[in-house]
Design a binder for this molecule. Structure first.
Ligand code: BV8
Length: 229
């Protein structure tokens, strides 16, 4: 493969696993402990907002005890060293990529440290807990604050920007994702259709593996540094 001029990197929960952040579908993962329909859908939030706030409050508090790992650091170094276009699209809602120094970054499923007011539409930095009686500091309404994350059945963020990057890139790398959630799981096909070389770095073959040219299998903290140096 020639030297790429435009790279899109997609990360999933596997890239944060070595920082101690639970993945979703591995043994003992998040979705083995709680039903995603209860905590990661608008219907679940309407049914029991307290349960959903507790679920995200716990994950937000846990963020204070974790730090970026070698994979996050290597991807930040790649961004600094790479002269071409590079876009890092993460499905993760933790802030470990930015804490490692990545800035050309899209959180397509939102961010744990952000709140969204369903009354005024304001997005607010929110490091602490939120609940059904939390007041929106922008419009002063109560009970309208929710986690600014994309739930199942909701449109992921910045899809236009992501699709443009997928059309332009000549290298697409997927790191630490099971490739089981759409539209992220379809990105490899989109990139390949536009002629990109595709690489998967993961512990297992994801569902779309047939579209990956070469699959490196191992822990993100071991393979990403080697891959990007
Ligand atoms: C939408 C919320 C439409 C935040 C999440 C076809 C097309 C479009 C949509 C669909 C479709 N088919 C079905 C759908 C609907 C649905 C979907 O995909 N369902 C699935 C279950 C089939 N998609 C949606 O609803 C999406 N919305 O399409 O909207 C629309 C159109 C118009 C108008 C309105 C709406 C929204 C999807 C987003 C849902 N939100 N999370 C949160 O709580 O985090 S998804 C959830 O899964 C997480 O956010 C996570 O990011 C995501 C993906 O999981 P992974 O990151 O891959 O994690 P996983 O545990 O699965 O895998 C970890 C991997 O890491 C494993 O492979 C493992 O081997 C590896 N690993 C582990 N340790 C390591 C490692 N690798 C390296 N090193 C290690 N150490």
């Amino acid at each position: 493969m020639n030297r790429p001029s435009s790279i899109v990197i997609l990360t999933g929960a596997g890239v944060s696993a070595e920082s101690g952040v639970d993945t979703f579908r591995d043994a003992g993962g998040i979705w083995s402990k709680v039903d995603y329909r209860d905590v990661a859908t608008p219907q679940g939030f309407a049914r029991d907002p307290r349960l959903v706030h507790d679920f995200y409050n716990q994950r937000r508090r846990a963020m204070a005890n974790v730090a970026p790992n070698a994979a996050h650091a290597a991807l930040a170094r790649l961004e600094q060293a790479f002269a071409g276009d590079l876009l890092l699209v993460t499905q993760n809602i933790d802030d470990l990529h930015e804490r490692a120094g990545s800035s050309r970054l899209i959180h397509m499923h939102g961010e744990l440290g952000q709140a969204l007011c369903t009354n005024c539409g304001n997005r607010l930095h929110w490091p602490g807990d939120m609940g059904v009686d939390t007041m929106c500091p922008a419009c002063h309404s109560t009970g309208t604050i929710r986690p600014d994350v994309v739930w199942f059945g909701e449109m992921p963020y910045h899809m236009g920007r992501i699709e443009q990057a997928l059309e332009r890139c000549d290298l697409f790398v997927s790191i630490g994702t099971s490739g089981s959630v759409y539209p992220a799981a379809g990105f490899v096909e989109e990139a390949r259709r536009h002629g990109a070389h595709t690489v998967e770095l993961n512990l297992e073959r994801s569902e779309g593996h047939s579209l990956f040219a070469e699959a490196e299998h191992g822990r993100a903290t071991e393979i990403v540094p080697a891959f990007v140096e």
